[in-house]
Design a protein around this ligand. Structure first.
Ligand SMILES: [Zn+2]
Length: 66
């Protein structure tokens, strides 16, 4: 490490009506899992298993508001 930027942004959303978490890495890779620990393991494992755009095309599937 050489003191690079630490501005990584992770975003994790809960999918309403499911037990699933939808995570987006700072690199653009997305993951859906019901295991929050697994989600963080995946986030912190970047770039291993990270393929930006993996879930491309699933945006917009928003259910009705509770
Ligand atoms: Zn990543």
């Amino acid at each position: 490490m050489t003191g690079g930027p630490t501005a990584e942004v992770y975003r994790i959303d809960w999918l309403p009506g499911t037990d699933l978490l939808h995570g987006i890495c700072h690199c653009g890779a997305e993951k859906v899992t019901e295991d929050p620990v697994g989600m963080w393991d995946w986030m912190l494992a970047h770039p291993q298993g990270h393929v930006p755009g993996t879930l491309h095309g699933q945006e917009g599937r928003h259910g009705p508001h509770a």
